[in-house]
Design a protein around this ligand. Structure first.
Ligand code: NAD
Length: 181
């Protein structure tokens, strides 16, 4: 199988799409670092994966913090022997609402969780991937980034930033054998 033995970090894997990604990768033989800011949710998903015969370890962390990214990368290297893949899945939005009613704190959080996390993942994971001869980032964007709808203006923009940033990362990291999708 294509991910058999790969060492993979999945952020925001305590529920939703990230949980599904983590479960599937583990079922296919990857060593998965399950990350979430919510420890209760992340521990539960990790226990379910291990109970099903998969290989997973929970690492609590906030993807908007560089020191938490350092912990995640180190955990993947310890648990899976190296770092092959980062799935930047954790995302956040305020509820659907007119753009002028979104607070500055909410705006900052949208960009921190959806976009700054990718910058921090690159700072910490690219050196590890380069040391291992290559790797892969999977950045979860959204149709919101290509077909924006009212009520989510700032979220839409953050996801468009994820898309163009991922293309730029792919162009820049290709020579290092690091794919970005
Ligand atoms: N659900 C959709 O319809 C949809 C559509 C398009 C794109 N997306 C994107 O897919 C991704 C997952 O969406 P979802 O619907 O599964 O979300 P969700 O809200 O169900 O799950 C997100 C998980 O991320 C965790 N999280 C939030 N902030 C975090 C942080 N700072 N650090 C670590 N973990 C954090 C949450 O605790 C939660 O478990 C997001 O990037 C989202 O923008 C979702």
């Amino acid at each position: 199988m294509r991910v058999q033995g790969k060492s993979i970090i999945v952020t925001g894997a305590g529920g939703g799409i990230g949980e599904g990604i983590a479960r599937r990768l583990a079922a296919e033989g990857a060593a998965v670092i399950v990350n979430d800011i919510n420890a209760e949710l992340g521990e539960k998903v990790t226990a379910a994966i291990n109970a099903a015969g998969g290989k997973a370890r929970f690492v609590a962390g906030d993807v908007t913090r560089g020191d938490d990214w350092a912990k995640l990368v180190k955990a993947a290297q310890d648990f899976g022997g190296r770092l092959d893949v980062v799935v930047n899945n954790a995302g956040w939005t305020h509820r659907n609402r007119p753009m002028l009613e979104v607070s500055e704190a909410e705006f900052d959080k949208v960009y921190a969780v959806n976009m700054k996390s990718i910058y921090l993942s690159a700072l910490h994971a690219v050196p590890a991937m380069r040391a291992g001869g290559g790797g892969s980032f999977i950045n979860i964007a959204s149709t919101a980034g290509v077909r924006p709808r009212p009520g989510l203006t700032w979220y839409n923009g953050s996801k468009a930033a994820v898309i163009v940033t991922s293309k730029s990362m792919a162009a820049e990291l290709g020579p290092d054998n690091i794919r970005v999708n």
